[in-house]
Design a protein around this ligand. Structure first.
Ligand SMILES: O=c1ccn([C@@H]2O[C@H](COP(=O)(O)O)[C@@H](O)[C@H]2O)c(=O)[nH]1
Length: 310
């Protein structure tokens, strides 16, 4: 089961974090952009070339440190098909370096359309009897708020292709309580019900460490809810965004973990990608600065949760 691979990588590297690859052009050193623009002009091709070179530098520096990366589709889609090619090439490069790839697409739709998303991001696409993996990540973030028919098609693909999903349960953004905290008939907040669905959907994808292939997204910006959901959802592994730029810290993320240090992987994107700007590092050392920031994040979380034991 795919999340077993993530869990093993977390334990091997003693690092329960994932580096987000959200490569805005503003975060990319001038030299990389100028080189790409000289070759392709200030065009979508030029932007995509700069993004790919930047990402490769980040991946090279981070692959001994982090178990996983999380490219956010939006930052690639905004550069058209050229950006989507950079997403494809980034995923392929990260997997070559044996990193677990969580594609952050937050996809959802009716069942038939979900089959297409499942093929695109987790499985294979059929072309006249031949098949090919379109993007080839290891897991995809999805929105469960359309209900089971939007999730079930993914589970078949996850089982067949050894992939996983992370379902939005309690998102990190400030206004997530407007809808996700609404009390249902029994008085429980909506996010709890979504969490229970993750446990139910996960029964189809059991894993060897007690967690299923259906994970939940729960923000580090909501530590009380993180702890509450950790207590309720014993088989659901958490993807925890909101660390760093959104204000969450190690203490906030800690309730996502069990006593053995398992249970969650914490994401940071901007704080890692922009570390060179914050630390006032020379632009050519952007990847070293990212590695330093990733180590700092790892150490801060390990100080709170202790050694990770399988
Ligand atoms: O609840 C959610 C779900 C996803 N995200 C995504 O995670 C990263 C966070 O980036 P930072 O720069 O570390 O804030 C980004 O891709 C979001 O789209 C989230 O923040 N919250």
């Amino acid at each position: 089961m795919a999340l077993d691979r993530l869990i093993e990588a977390i334990a091997k590297k003693q690092n329960p974090t994932v580096a987000g690859l959200d490569p805005k052009l503003d975060y990319i050193p001038g030299d990389i952009k100028e080189k790409a623009f000289r070759q392709y002009g200030k065009t979508l091709d030029g932007a995509a070339a700069a993004i790919l070179e930047f990402n490769k530098g980040i991946i090279d520096a981070l692959c001994p440190i982090v178990p996983a990366v999380k490219p956010q589709c939006a930052y690639y889609e905004m550069y058209g098909w050229q950006g989507m090619k950079a997403l494809h090439d980034t995923i392929a490069y990260a997997r070559e370096k044996e990193l677990f790839v969580i594609t952050d697409g937050k996809r959802n739709d009716i069942g038939s359309t979900m089959q297409a998303y499942a093929a695109a991001h987790l499985g294979k696409t059929e072309v006249a009897g031949e098949t090919a993996a379109a993007f080839g990540g290891d897991a995809l973030t999805v929105n469960g708020y359309l209900g089971s028919d939007g999730i079930l098609p993914l589970l078949d693909v996850c089982r067949a292709e050894d992939k996983g999903i992370f379902v939005l349960v309690k998102t990190s953004n400030r206004s997530s309580d407007e809808i996700q905290n609404q009390a249902l008939e029994g008085g429980e907040p909506l996010y709890e019900t979504m969490g229970q669905y993750c446990e139910e959907w996960g029964e189809a994808l059991p894993g060897k460490y007690g967690y299923s292939g259906v994970g939940a997204v729960v923000g580090a910006t909501w530590p009380a809810q993180l702890g509450e959901l950790r207590g309720m959802l014993s088989k659901t592994f958490f993807l925890v965004p909101g660390y760093g730029a959104q204000g969450g810290g190690a203490e906030d993320a800690a309730p996502a973990f069990e006593q053995n240090g398992l249970g969650a992987v914490v994401n940071a994107s901007r704080s890692i990608l922009c570390a060179w700007q914050k630390q006032n590092t020379a632009p050519e050392d952007y990847a070293k600065a990212a590695a330093k920031e990733a180590e700092k994040m790892r150490d801060a979380i390990l100080t709170k949760i202790g050694r990770i034991r399988l």
